[in-house]
Ligand binder design. Structure first.
Ligand code: 5AD
Ligand code: SF4
Length: 471
């Protein structure tokens, strides 16, 4: 899953993520909810589920936190800096709470699940702590607070997928939407807190996914991104066991809804991505030619310590297969961690050479941050200094940026099919959209509307963006 908390505001604009606040939805005289999301796309998607549950229970939403009756922060625990960001944000609400003691402040998501009652002890302003599987309980938790108590539910479920909840599309551009297909993760990568905060992996009912995608199309949406920590392990069976669906089959069924509905997905795990998925991408024009394939490291020794269950050769073999089936132009992006426990200069060079080999279109790169309770924190020593981590990270980012620029230059002069998502953030005279490989393309407005597919001739590029004109 791509993690967004380290991105700059500029990066976020390029990715066109949902903003952290919500538009006004609902009527007067209702209690007002303000929700902010941190971290990965799954959290942004969960906030849409939370909003739906609370709207059903009589709440309206507001984008102004100082007029809210309930403030919720949907938190991320993946790295220490993500947690610090939430703690700092909570400080901003202290004066409000003093002015209006009836204000309810709740924390949701991974940090809530990780810290549990500690959150209530450490952050006095917090009234409600709710983990990722307890969102249906929020109205009850708020009632407990009204009765003068603090409220917490961090129960992790083996079944909850919120399949029946119709997400409220927060600050949506009306063209692209996230659809959650599974929850949790069973992989136990040694550095990662997610299996502890989001619990066991479970797949959502295929029919509820298809219905959500169809509803989106009926409401004018043109693109869905199927979300899961590890989409390739999607596995659903009907109650009587007569029907089973794997990820490639799900992808096919979503693609068949309508050729005008573009389909993306994230995240693929290199150990699980199958040839069947690659052939499905190839078979359907509306399944995007783009794969987010986190490597984490280019060193087999480090990959073993990370418990990624593949080595460098396996990863390279998967990339070769992607290139064989989908061609050079298939977009590939990475997640990489710099300075994991015991990482030597040689291991670091292996990571750089993997980036050179794959020639990723872009990536999300992080310095290793030890997370309490994870296998790495228990068994390994976080022995690379912060300065060294930052040096290695800077080298990784610089190399990726150079390759991103070169990959983008390959597109100059080509015609790209772009789905327009709205006005460019920089100028109202321009529109922005994305091509098949998930790259942001900027084009002059002309008479085009958001939601249109247009063929754009690429005329120039930066390392993050393509610029062009409609053919
Ligand atoms: N430190 C740094 N990066 C991490 N990630 C996950 N856990 C950590 C950690 N402890 C990164 C991985 C993952 C992405 C979502 O976040 O690269 O793929
Ligand atoms: Fe974390 Fe690994 Fe699961 Fe991704 S696959 S969420 S990195 S444990």
């Amino acid at each position: 899953m791509r993690n967004l908390e380290i991105l700059t505001e500029e990066d976020k604009e390029t990715l066109d993520l949902p903003r952290t606040t919500v538009d006004e939805v609902g009527k007067q005289n209702k209690k007002k909810l303000y929700i902010e999301s941190y971290g990965c796309q799954m959290n942004f998607s969960d906030s849409e589920i939370v909003t739906s549950i609370l709207q059903e229970n009589g709440y309206a939403t507001t984008s102004l936190f100082d007029e809210a009756d309930v403030i919720l922060l949907n938190t991320c625990a993946i790295r220490d800096n993500a947690e610090q960001k939430v703690r700092n944000r909570l400080k901003n609400f202290t004066h409000l709470k003093k002015k209006r003691p009836s204000l309810v402040v709740g924390v949701l998501g991974c940090m809530a699940e990780r810290l549990k009652t500690k959150f209530l002890e450490e952050e006095k302003i917090v009234d409600v702590v709710a983990g990722p599987d307890s969102y249906r309980d929020l109205p009850n938790l708020f009632e407990e607070v009204e009765e003068g108590n603090k409220a917490i539910n961090v129960f992790l479920s083996k079944e909850e997928t919120y399949a029946d909840i119709s997400p409220v599309r927060l600050n949506s551009n009306g063209v692209t939407a996230f659809v959650s297909i599974m929850r949790g993760c069973d992989n136990m990568c040694s550095f990662c807190v997610v299996p502890f905060t989001r619990g066991r992996e479970r797949s959502r009912d295929v029919y509820s996914i298809l219905k959500e995608c169809q509803d989106l199309l009926d409401n004018g949406y043109k693109e869905v991104t199927l979300l899961g920590q590890n989409v390739d392990s999607y596995k659903w069976a009907s109650a009587d066991g007569t029907e089973t669906v794997n990820f490639a089959q799900l992808l096919e069924r979503v693609a068949l809804i309508n050729p005008l509905l573009r389909v993306r997905f994230s995240t693929s795990h290199p150990k699980d991505i199958t040839d069947e998925v690659l052939y499905t991408i190839k078979k359907y024009e509306n399944v995007c030619n783009y794969i987010h394939l986190p490597a984490q490291s280019g060193s087999s020794r480090i990959l073993k310590l990370m418990n990624r269950t593949y080595d460098r050769d396996w990863y390279i073999n998967r990339v070769d297969k992607i290139r064989e089936v989908l061609g050079e132009e298939c977009g590939i992006s990475q997640d990489i961690i710099a300075g994991f426990c015991t990482e030597t200069e040689e291991d670091h060079q292996d990571t750089l050479s993997l980036i050179e080999y794959v020639r990723y279109d872009y990536g999300y790169m992080f310095a290793y941050s030890e997370r309490p309770g994870t296998p790495a924190a228990k068994k390994l020593v976080d022995d690379i200094s912060d300065d060294e981590k930052q040096r290695r990270l800077a080298e990784i980012i610089a190399l990726q940026r150079k390759i991103s620029q070169e990959r983008n230059e390959m597109s100059v002069g080509t015609i790209q099919k772009v789905l327009i998502e709205g006005d460019s953030k920089r100028s109202a005279d321009f529109l922005q959209g994305r091509n098949d490989q998930n790259k942001m393309v900027i084009l002059p407005k002309g008479n085009h509307q958001k939601g249109d597919y247009v063929n754009v001739k690429i005329t120039s590029c930066s390392s993050a963006t393509l610029f062009g004109e409609v053919e």
